[in-house]
Write a protein that binds this ligand. Sequence first.
Ligand code: CAA
Length: 258
Amino acid sequence: MAYDNIRLEKQGAIATLTIDRPKALNALNTQTFLEMESALLSLGTDTRVLIVTGGGEKAFVAGADIAEMATITSSQAREFSALGQRVMGLLEQRPFPTIAAVNGFALGGGCELALACDLIYASEKAKLGVPETTLGVIPGFGGTQRLTRVVGKMRAKELVFTGSHVTAAQAKEYGLVLDVLPPEKLMEHCLAVAGKLIKNGPLALAQAKRVIEFGADQDLRSANELESQGFGVLFGSEDQREGMKAFLEKRPAAFAGK
Ligand code: CAA
């Protein structure tokens, strides 16, 4: 599929998905979601980390496309929300770590996109927020739920009720962003983190992600059971044998993802 609104680039095991409609501050419309879905599905086991970022100077993603949403009906809005949730869910469930490089405005659907990634790093000039109530609606791509799980119920209510944009530094204080970097260092930092992750066992990363993600929605006993299953599954893999053998032989492990 040829893409108009996104770019998908690969440097070895690290893929970068850039939402690239800078004239609309990378707003998410139906076409962009379909392109994102196709790109995410195209990534195979040779991809071990995905970085998600925004094209142009100003925005990561400034939200769902308001021009497209302005005249849709209630049932079309439910479909649009379902499409957005499907793509965010797909991103969240990819079996490799995903990193949001928040290079500018991450508002509404943009904040929701960052929240669907495993790790969020932001540039000093980024502004984050969920301003949907200022438009008379609410977040529709999983934001009310993922934001609440990340920053807690009361802060999520404050952010959703006020619709305020917060600085990257404030977002870090809320636990919404891991680290804040000078703009020119953001991608370098994300690539360095990705570089560390690709040295580790891909099957282990996939299990760790799955267990943390699904376990977070379960009671502790069931979540620990999920962990035991994931732990057990990894034994007998080539990666487990290679990782432990490499340790004993005092050399770096070469994981094949098998
Ligand atoms: N949808 C469509 N177009 C958008 C957009 C969006 N979310 N955000 C920005 N744009 C467009 C603007 O309309 C403008 O287009 P024109 O040049 O054709 O007029 C262009 O991008 C540049 O934007 P601004 O001129 O507004 O730039 P600015 O620097 O003055 O302001 C901004 C930047 C504060 C991010 C402002 O653009 C803004 O507030 N954008 C909307 C943010 C928002 O409300 N996001 C939530 C959307 S709702 C949502 O996401 C729902 C959901 O969860 C399902």
